[in-house]
Design a protein around this ligand. Structure first.
Ligand SMILES: *Cc1c(COP(=O)(O)O)cnc(C)c1O
Length: 390
């Protein structure tokens, strides 16, 4: 016997088919899209399951259910963006609550935390979470919420979720892991001890670069209810059509992730051998400092990586002009490959000093590796790398 009874579908099945063929009205195989903002009462003082779209929507709830199951949580709240998901947790904090966040967290997350702290809504401390002593020391300040991002953006630093969660929870903090870079197909933070898994569903979960969305999955049913209440109070719910598109994208999450990480591994190996490249940051490489932890806590190494060009900023310009099949754009996690220059794009707001402290150099480029043919991707990169020498 396994621990999985016959009735409990595996994650791949949830992803591909949760809610399929459950339409009572017409037997629609693809779950219908309910756009209605309001719902008729059955009669005087007789509300039905849904009354108003900010509080609840069947399409959004179906996506939330699928995400909660995939992350192994008690429930999920689907929000209008990844930032709205993060703010669903941060916005509930009190002025004397401290958030402990990674010093190299997502740029938008850093901006949100600084903006909230700047207005006195909470306080925030940024720490290098790969430094266990610094992390444990920061816990002495008794944070209310510890935010973890692994792998980090853009250097792909990996931290041990189980170890950090155990320490944080022993110190009385709640733990939220931003799981955007891997998705539950590869990493499940709640099983490793986190209280929340957070997503920008804009990225891998939707996977097609045509929706901005987010989600918070909570381990504890009471927290699911509290977050549902708060999302209705502040009005951060995701739109029904966005939810429907995201559910459609979610159908192929597992095969997308599988193929994209195969492509990423090939790209990383190629870059690591190339003379125009000074360094490659990809947890799948044995040379990566987080390789052992990633091998243990992930079901693969994901499809994000970054690398430093040997020729500095001049080489970056030439590379970007000449590279093929990688579009110069922010964001990640779509079926198409993208390249970003963190110093002038995703991490520009952070400021030079904070970037230097976090190890984000001007010659760093980040890749989101898509579903194109591996050979095309490598040939496309070679065009850019050959131009670096010019
Ligand atoms: C994109 C992203 C966010 C923000 O999500 P939006 O959907 O753009 O609001 C948060 N965290 C990480 C790691 C991200 O990549």
């Amino acid at each position: 016997m396994t621990d999985r009874d016959e009735g409990a579908p595996r994650p791949q099945t949830i992803s591909a088919a949760h809610g399929v063929a459950t339409d009572a009205g017409f037997g629609a195989v693809a779950p219908p899209l309910y756009l209605s903002s309001t719902y008729a009462f059955a009669g005087y003082d007789q509300p039905r399951h849904y009354d108003y779209g900010r509080a609840g929507n069947p399409t959004r709830d179906l996506l939330a259910e699928a995400l909660a199951k995939l992350e192994g949580g008690a429930g999920a709240i689907v929000t209008s963006s990844g930032m709205a998901a993060l703010d669903l947790l941060v916005g509930r904090l009190r002025p004397d609550d401290l958030v402990l966040a990674p010093h190299d967290c997502y740029g938008g997350t850093m901006r949100l935390l600084k903006a909230r702290a700047g207005r006195g809504h909470c306080s925030v401390r940024f720490v290098d979470q790969t430094d266990m002593r610094a992390f444990a020391g920061a816990l002495d300040e008794v944070p209310a919420l510890v935010l973890i991002e692994t792998p980090s953006n853009p250097l792909m630093r990996v931290v041990d979720i189980a170890a950090l969660s155990a320490l944080a929870r022993a110190a009385g903090a709640e733990v939220a892991v931003d799981n955007t870079f891997l998705s539950p197909a590869i990493q499940r933070p709640i099983a490793l001890g986190a209280d929340y898994a957070i997503h920008s569903t804009t990225k891998y979960l939707n996977g097609h670069s045509d929706v901005i969305g987010g989600a918070v999955v909570a381990a504890d049913p009471a927290q699911v209810e509290a977050l549902r209440h708060w999302a209705n109070v502040v009005g951060s719910a995701g739109a029904p059509f966005d939810s429907w598109l995201t559910l459609r994208g979610l159908r192929t999450l597992f095969p997308r992730m599988e193929q994209q990480q195969i492509n990423a591994m090939a790209v990383a190996n190629h870059l690591e051998r190339h003379p125009a490249v000074a360094r490659v940051h990809y947890p799948g490489l044995a040379s990566h400092p987080g390789h052992a932890i990633a091998s243990r806590q992930q079901r693969g190494f994901g499809a994000m990586l970054s690398f430093e060009l040997a020729g500095g900023v001049a080489a970056v310009r030439r590379f970007i002009d000449a590279v093929r099949f990688f579009t110069l754009a922010e964001s990640l996690g779509g079926v198409e490959s993208l390249v970003a220059h963190p110093a002038t794009m995703t991490h520009a707001d952070m400021g030079e000093e904070a970037r230097a402290a976090a190890g984000i150099s001007d010659s760093l480029l980040r890749l989101s590796v898509g579903l194109e043919a591996e050979r095309d991707l490598i040939a496309g990169l070679d065009k850019g790398l050959a131009a670096c020498r010019a």
